[in-house]
Design a protein around this ligand. Structure first.
Ligand code: LLP
Length: 430
């Protein structure tokens, strides 16, 4: 898979090029910090899924997990590739409805959707992933009021152990997401017996940044077991299953995620074998990758404002962003790969701690990073920031959230503009 965008090159002057654009030129034009998304990488990552599925399981839909990175322009690129999108809030749903995404390819998650959010989903024929029994009551209220059918999938907790950070595990029994898998028949019965509700199938997600394919294979078997159970108990074919997202990506040299094609091939083999065993028709398969679609497509560029050397202790480079545009190191001890865009051909000379400018001593993106001789004015790049950076960015310390540009074939355009000081006070009431 690789850590870096597929279009990355270094020119004869040692300048880093992404999407045919010099990173230093992008920084001059759009300022820093800057999220840069390489469209070629996004498209390649989509194609890795689509091609593996068309070979192994053509009856399928790839649904991008919008929480990884969501804006209208990116969704339009993904819609052109044939992807759908999963959203988890009214705001994400609104964004998706503003894009080219076909509402029939939007699916709506969340453990506490509001009545207003459910109304927008039902109005627009968006699939709702049912999280709990109270939500079923709420959906019924909405369908009664709107006189319109709701399209539902049930989210179950698979109780499959996935080795990843505690905060990003989701499939275990004490998870806040989904219903106990032993309650599936009870809930499915309630849906099937209501003519205002369309029962589309079952959903499950085991976690995120997972390198081992085995738990996904176990999930495939479990899903088909449940499809067979519904058939035998309720006498109906389950049209759709959704196996969630979660395949990991490479952030640093030591990360070793599986290739998407291997992951898809192995998952699909299990699904097909289980269906054959149970004598079932293949249901439509949905997958919900987020990180593995956009993660490696993104880099963040910062300007180095100060280099602080503490003799015999450590060297700091101070950048003009940090924990507000990339909270992952402080939240999950996430690791990244770094470089200098204007010295991309230079050998490393020293190790540095990369410190942000936020008023918090934990605002360190990394320690012990080898870089060429770092100086004031250099452009520091962080690789692998396409997922869960922009979408998790905050205005901590009243910092303006950065712009995001997409680059392809020597052209750059905004996906999101930089916030301004005026934006920061717009909602203040004096
Ligand atoms: N589907 C569901 C239901 C999910 O909850 C998630 C991620 C995905 C799909 C996409 O998973 P992915 O393919 O991106 O691994 N903020 C954390 C990650 C949280 C993931 C939450 N759910 C981080 O920065 O690592």
């Amino acid at each position: 898979m690789g850590i870096k965008p597929v279009s990355e090159k270094i020119d004869l002057d040692g300048q880093l090029i992404i999407g045919g654009k010099k990173v230093t030129d992008l920084v001059d034009e759009f300022g820093t910090p800057l999220y840069i998304l390489d469209q070629d990488t996004v498209e390649k990552n989509c194609q890795d899924y689509l091609q593996a599925l068309s070979k192994n399981y053509p009856k399928s839909l790839v649904v991008f997990a919008g929480k990884a990175c969501l804006n209208v322009g990116l969704l339009n690129i993904l819609a052109d590739q044939g992807l759908g999108v999963d959203v988890v809030s009214g705001g994400e749903l609104f964004t998706a409805l503003r894009s080219k995404m076909n509402p029939l390819n939007i699916i709506f998650h969340g453990n506490n959707k509001s009545i207003e959010e459910l109304e927008i989903a039902v109005e627009n024929n968006v699939r709702i992933i049912l999280d709990n029994e109270q939500e079923l009551e709420n959906v019924k209220q909405v369908t009664a009021r709107l006189g319109k059918k709701a399209r539902l999938m049930i989210r179950i907790k698979p109780e499959i152990e996935a080795h990843t950070h505690e905060y990003i595990k989701t499939g275990q029994i004490d998870s806040k997401f989904g219903i106990d898998k032993n309650d599936l028949i009870k809930i499915a019965k309630l849906i099937v017996s209501d003519d205002k509700l369309d029962f589309l199938g079952i959903h499950s997600h085991i976690g995120s940044q997972i390198f081992d394919v085995n738990p996904f294979e176990d999930l495939a078997s479990l899903m088909i077991e449940k499809v067979a159970l519904i058939k035998s108990e309720l006498g109906i074919d389950v049209p759709e299953i959704n196996c969630g997202g979660g395949i990991g990506i490479q952030y640093v040299e030591s990360d070793d995620p599986p290739a998407v094609s291997d992951f898809v091939t192995r998952l699909c083999s299990k699904l097909k074998a289980a269906c054959e065993r149970e004598n079932l028709e293949l249901p439509l398969l949905m997958l919900e990758p987020g990180r593995s679609i956009v993660g490696t497509a993104g880099i963040t560029a910062y300007k180095i404002g100060t280099v602080k050397r503490i003799e015999n202790v450590k060297n700091y480079v101070f950048i003009d962003g940090g924990m507000a545009d990339n909270p992952r190191p402080i939240m999950y001890q996430a690791e990244y790969t770094f470089g200098l865009a204007n010295k991309a051909d230079k050998p490393t000379t020293d190790t540095f701690s990369i410190a942000g400018k936020f008023c918090e001593s934990g605002d360190i993106l990394a320690n012990g990073i080898s870089l060429p001789d770092a100086e004031v004015g250099d452009v520091l790049v962080v690789y692998g920031t396409g997922a869960y950076n922009y979408s998790m960015a905050s205005n901590y310390n009243r910092f303006c959230r950065p712009a995001m540009v997409v680059v392809k074939d020597g052209a750059a355009r905004y996906l999101v503009k930089r916030e301004t000081f005026q934006d920061l006070v717009n909602l203040d009431v004096v």
